[in-house]
Design a protein around this ligand. Structure first.
Ligand code: AMP
Ligand code: ZN
Ligand code: FE
Ligand code: FE
Length: 275
């Protein structure tokens, strides 16, 4: 199995690089990419753990963009994780994430469900990117909700009272950063946008690929985005978007696998890009 969408504790995954590798190996995956939100901090440890058990490992990322007031996730694959330009860009992205969490925490206090997040922000490891799941955990710790899904349903999801619209980078600028890091850009889980005009606009912004295979995609979504990729001559990617156990998400390891031919095409394109 080939799973190109995985998260670690470097962002909002619940598993360390070592824990993740143990789980994906047990689930039968033999090629993986880690795609943490706006950070590359988990890549080198995951690569070491993956290669130790014979897994093929691809350096990845899931960058956050904003278009039409919506969060748009763009995956990067075969990136060079070391460049100073990439590091500066990601540091800015993470700073925006922290500011937004603080705004959301203030909103939650107004709603009568205060959470303590200052310690969490101050004690976050260097390079760790914080997101709404950290607020969900804080809401649980404070006794305001019992579970992550309840936290999102009542407060944190788009359109819920604790939600604060993100300030952010345009998709085209995010795609430029991935290309500058010599990677390939793939529009993550387009089906979650529920807006195919927006999907078309992001495709026009210059992605190399579309994430056709994702646990939140219906069979119809898969067929539609496969056709979209063919129409525009784009590569296809896929993965489970696994965040670890007890994350309030249905997606499990092994729920989604990219085909070997599709992966080979991606790898060839990355090699051509770097040549
Ligand atoms: P953020 O990066 O701050 O926008 O938070 C988005 C992350 O929250 C996603 O990557 C998921 O890990 C998680 N998430 C989003 N919606 C839900 C939900 N309804 N239930 C559980 N986790 C969610
Ligand atoms: Zn996430
Ligand atoms: Fe995503
Ligand atoms: Fe993800």
């Amino acid at each position: 199995m080939i799973d190109l969408h995985l998260h670690t504790t470097a962002s909002d995954g619940r598993l360390t690089p070592e824990g993740l590798v143990a789980d994906v190996y047990a689930a039968g995956c033999r090629t993986i990419a880690v795609t943490d939100h706006d950070t590359v901090a988990g890549l080198s440890d995951t690569r070491i753990a993956a290669e130790a058990v014979g897994l093929a490992f691809v350096d990845g990322i899931e960058m956050t963009a904003v278009a039409a007031q919506r969060d748009v996730h763009i995956l990067g694959y075969f990136i060079d994780p070391e460049g100073p330009r990439l590091h500066a860009f990601l540091a800015t992205q993470r700073e925006r994430r922290r500011e937004r969490l603080q705004l959301m925490a203030a909103r939650l206090a107004e709603l009568g469900v205060p959470v303590a997040i200052d310690d969490l922000v101050a004690s976050a490891a260097p390079g760790k990117s914080l997101g709404r799941p950290a607020l969900a955990q804080a809401l649980i710790r404070a006794g305001h909700v019992k579970s992550v899904p309840e936290a999102f349903d009542r407060y944190l999801a788009e359109g819920r009272p604790g939600y604060v619209t993100r300030e952010g980078t345009r998709p085209s600028a995010v795609i430029d950063e991935i290309h500058a890091a010599r990677g390939l850009a793939s529009l993550a889980h387009p089906g979650k946008l529920h807006d195919d005009d927006l999907v078309d606009a992001i495709v026009q912004a210059g992605v190399d690929a579309v994430e056709v295979f994702h646990p939140d995609h219906t069979q119809k979504d898969i067929a539609r985005y496969q056709r979209l990729a063919e129409r525009h001559g784009l590569l296809v990617t896929g993965g489970s978007d696994y965040h670890g156990p007890n994350t309030g998400r249905a997606s499990g390891l092994g729920s989604v696998s990219l085909s070997t031919p599709a992966f080979d095409r991606l790898e060839q394109a990355a090699r051509a890009r770097r040549a």
